[in-house]
Design a protein around this ligand. Structure first.
Ligand code: ZN
Length: 149
């Protein structure tokens, strides 16, 4: 796998653990966006783009995130432990949209993105730094609550 380009958009003054968004271009052919660089308790890690898993309300059929305690449509209470569990027994609330298939690929992707993040962070400490542009992505649309899971 030849990584052609990585773009890093640093996020400043975050109250949460999200440090940057990244986009990854593979072999000048495929771009993966919405990759997150997150500062976890044991250091930086990369989270692939994901979507919230949803299910349907038993009362009205409305769609709700698995973490919702009340239906968005009819406000009836929902069971608190819904959906599947992962291998560690934690609820699966998100599903990756794009992700490396095996550990070796995961290591390559994460290593490259974290290296690019650190380089971008270094640049940002210098005078006259201009953040890289991601043209059409609207970062304000992200909810802070999306980062966990
Ligand atoms: Zn409902």
């Amino acid at each position: 796998m030849d990584i052609s380009e990585i773009r890093i958009r640093l996020l400043e003054n975050q109250r949460d653990m999200l440090r940057a968004f990244a986009s990854l271009t593979i072999e000048n052919c495929l771009v993966i966006r919405d990759i997150k660089v997150i500062e976890g308790p044991t250091g930086l890690f990369v989270a692939m783009p994901s979507r919230k898993l949803m299910d349907r309300c038993p009362e009205c059929g409305g769609k709700n995130p698995l973490r919702a305690r009340f239906c968005n449509e009819c406000a009836c209470p929902l069971e608190s432990e819904r959906g599947e569990r992962d291998v560690r027994g934690r609820p699966r609330l998100y599903a990756d949209i794009a992700h490396p298939i095996h550990q070796a690929a995961r290591d390559v992707v994460q290593g490259a993105i974290l290296a690019a993040y650190r380089a971008e962070f270094e640049r940002s400490q210098q005078e006259g730094y201009v953040a890289q542009s991601f043209d059409d992505l609207d970062y304000h649309a992200y909810e802070e609550a999306e980062i966990g899971g």
